[in-house]
Design a protein around this ligand. Structure first.
Ligand SMILES: [Fe+2]
Length: 276
């Protein structure tokens, strides 16, 4: 799998691809295979973000968005939209969507099993005054390096009960237990690596201390430019990422009256592939 060899220090990481240019879908899918993410320049459409997202998702063969199972739970209905607006909202208690704080690395779909939500798209309507970059961590490349250097730690991260994630949205009960990484039948690796306050690590899996070593390795790798990059979206740009292969987060941001950050998020069960 190509993404295990990617080096995020390369020059063309995060390159912008004009959606209207010939072959754009092929280029977007190729970047997604190589790096786990790509950035499309959609331009500011008069028809609104949903129309842009539909054009993009259909060119990538993603089908319709899905609602993560967390947002199908009681008291979470307000987040159940297929095209969800992510912006500061003091009246809302969602720990990620509604604040301007930074967000630690996570996979979308807390209550979904590993690999279920394969693709996420963030479409930028307005950027923040400052900050608000999306952080991308090449989790599967770091895991490949860990497998080569400490196979016991890698095994612990593959254990079926290694990580429990529990919802932190007030009034919403949801949790899911699963591995941090899994190997697919074709040998490719998928992940739900998350490192925030939804996580409870099960240190009884694997040999003594192995899960802690694996976790330590990932935390260090997540600071290395080889595996970590940031994307600051401009209005009309869309970040597409493999939610089952990279972890993502956000830097804190500040809005101003003229620059109030607004992203629209959609998640998909399918992996991207060029249409036709
Ligand atoms: Fe997210």
């Amino acid at each position: 799998m190509k993404q295990a060899q990617a080096d995020y220090r390369s020059q063309d990481i995060g390159r912008r691809i004009e959606f209207s240019a010939p072959g754009a879908a092929v280029s977007l899918v190729s970047d997604l295979e190589r790096n786990g993410f790509s950035v499309a320049v959609m331009g500011e459409s008069e028809d609104g973000p949903e129309t842009s997202l539909k054009r993009l998702s259909s060119s990538l063969g993603l089908g319709d968005p899905v609602v993560p199972s967390l947002y199908r739970r009681e008291n979470a209905e307000q987040y159940a939209s297929l095209y969800h607006e992510v912006q500061r909202n003091p009246a809302d208690e969602h720990p990620g969507f509604s604040t301007t704080d930074g967000q630690a690395l996570h996979a979308d779909g807390l209550a979904d099993e590993i690999g279920k939500l394969k693709t996420s798209i963030l479409y930028c309507v307005r950027a923040a005054h400052t900050g608000g970059e999306t952080v991308i961590f090449n989790a599967v490349a770091a895991f490949a390096a860990l497998r080569a250097s400490d196979s016991e730690a890698a095994s612990a991260l593959l254990a079926p009960r290694a990580l429990e994630r529990r919802a932190t949205i007030p009034g919403v009960e949801a949790s899911a237990i699963g591995p941090v990484f899994a190997v697919e039948p074709d040998g490719s690796v998928i992940t739900r690596f998350t490192d925030n306050d939804t996580c409870e690590w099960n240190h009884s899996v694997g040999s003594a201390g192995s899960l802690a070593r694996g976790l330590e390795f990932l935390r260090e790798a997540a600071q290395e430019p080889r595996y970590r990059t940031t994307v600051r979206l401009a209005p009309g740009e869309a970040l597409i990422f493999r939610n089952d292969r990279v972890s993502h987060g956000r830097t804190a941001y500040q809005d101003s009256p003229r620059y109030r950050r607004l992203l629209v998020r959609a998640v998909y069960g399918r992996p991207p592939r060029p249409e036709g």
